[in-house]
Design a protein around this ligand. Structure first.
Ligand SMILES: Cc1ncc(COP(=O)(O)O)c(C=O)c1O
Length: 422
């Protein structure tokens, strides 16, 4: 990748929200890990559906037929995003809901004494569904974090894996620290003992290329509202695995097959359209930056090629800005950063605390200056409150990058944190 230049103005002009001001200052949307902003084309897709095609599915009239066609188009677009087949794409309410439905379904074929592995670095969305199974006598073990690198302790994982392990649920990227986990290795190890794997890609999906076939996941969840789309959960399920799972479902003849057997109730068709629109937004970014990724894109074609180029461009843009942010914050006395050391694979999410200060007060101070960041545990409760013990301090302050952010957003953030510390 030589002389990479990101078409920032082209990207930014698609986000109406970027005209927002706070106390006369432009809003800096650094809240992406909680939910990204939405480009106009996504909302256009949703309103086009609601105004002109709105119907329930499976009818014999034109709006219902259009609805079914748009749902299929949504599956095809998300399949290109995941690198899987369209019938391996499932739409649902949210990643948390998809995780709970999956846990309940898998538990139907588990017995007391069977084991499940989760991790200390995960969001509760990926942990709680499994912990609920403890009520059925299923043993849940959580992999520790190596605090010298903020990565998962693979020796601890090895120790916890056994032929009794039925499911391993891990995140690909941690929403509290930006840590990227080598899920491919962990999935391989899980498969060696016959366990199924569930990958939480909610924080990973907005930042890096997803290839479910490469990592060989059995299930993977992500949420479109983190990657420029509406509030809808999307799940990948390996067809031959889901085929055998006894899903919890409405008992009707038209939903016995993959993927419908996992989708309960009337789908959120408008948000499926918006979700496909979000992926097309990423693909469009890709089509404008392909020249920088000739090697990485070799062998790819069509929408998949554009999507991969889009994600590579987004990461190539975000990473140096995130590095600048980390460097700037590190120089401020009293600031402690929490995340992998420089050189480790990570997302552009930067979390920190300020000695003797409550993280909520930091976030409020920044918000008054038009800088939107999150504070607290972000439901990554185990790492934030129990491993790092930051509960009394109000948890972490979390700054997240998206492709519509600017260097000025980062400079302002560093300056505002320095002012807060004075
Ligand atoms: C890493 C991670 N996993 C899961 C979730 C939950 O996703 P949803 O809100 O779609 O249930 C979040 C939400 O913040 C997250 O960051």
């Amino acid at each position: 990748m030589k002389n990479f230049k990101f078409k920032l103005d082209y990207v930014r002009e698609q986000f109406p929200c970027l005209c927002k001001t706070v106390n006369g200052l432009p809003a800096a949307f650094l809240d992406g890990p909680g939910g990204s902003q939405v480009p106009r084309r996504v909302v256009d897709r949703i309103s086009d559906y609601m105004f002109y095609r709105n119907a329930n599915g499976h009818g014999c009239f034109v709006t219902s037929e259009e609805t079914m066609a748009l749902q299929q188009e949504g599956r095809e677009t998300l399949a290109a995003f995941f690198n899987c087949k369209p019938n391996e794409v499932i739409f649902g309410e949210s990643s948390s809901t998809n995780n709970f439905k999956l846990a309940l379904a898998l538990a139907r074929d588990m017995k007391p004494g069977d084991e499940v592995i989760i991790t200390d670095i995960d969001h509760e969305s990926n942990r709680s569904p499994m912990r609920t199974l403890e009520e059925q006598g299923i043993i849940v073990k959580s992999v520790k974090i190596d605090l010298s690198t903020y990565t998962l302790d693979l020796d601890d994982y090895k120790k916890k894996l056994s032929p009794r392990t039925k499911v391993v649920a891990i995140n690909w990227a941690a929403n509290a620290t930006g840590t990227i986990t080598d899920v491919k290795t962990m999935i391989k190890m899980a498969h060696e003992v016959g366990a199924l794997t569930i990958i939480d890609a909610v924080h990973y999906a907005p930042h890096k290329v997803i290839d479910v076939k490469d990592i060989d996941a059995d299930f993977m969840v992500c949420s479109a509202y983190k990657f420029f789309g509406p509030h809808i959960g999307v799940m990948y399920a390996k067809a031959e695995v889901l085929d055998k799972v006894r899903t919890i479902r409405v008992l009707a003849d038209d939903n016995t097959q993959v993927p419908e057997k996992f989708e309960t109730g009337t789908p959120n068709y408008e948000h499926i359209c918006g979700c496909a629109g979000a992926i097309d937004f990423i693909a469009d970014i890709g089509s404008k930056h392909e020249e920088f990724f000739i090697e990485e894109l070799e062998g790819l074609s069509g929408k998949r090629k554009n999507i991969v180029a889009g994600m590579l461009a987004i990461h190539a843009y975000e990473e140096p800005i995130a590095a600048k942010l980390r460097m700037g914050l590190r120089e401020i006395e009293g600031v402690t950063l929490y995340g992998p050391p420089e050189g480790y694979d990570r997302t552009g999410t930067v979390s920190f605390t300020i000695a003797g200060k409550n993280s909520h007060d930091v976030a409020v101070f920044l918000a008054e200056r038009g800088i939107f960041v999150w504070d607290g545990d972000f439901y990554a409760i185990e790492i934030t409150n129990h491993v790092l013990n930051l509960g009394d301090q109000g948890g972490l302050v979390r700054v997240g990058l998206a492709p519509y952010n600017t260097i000025e957003d980062i400079d302002r953030t560093i300056q505002a944190v320095a002012d807060f510390c004075k």
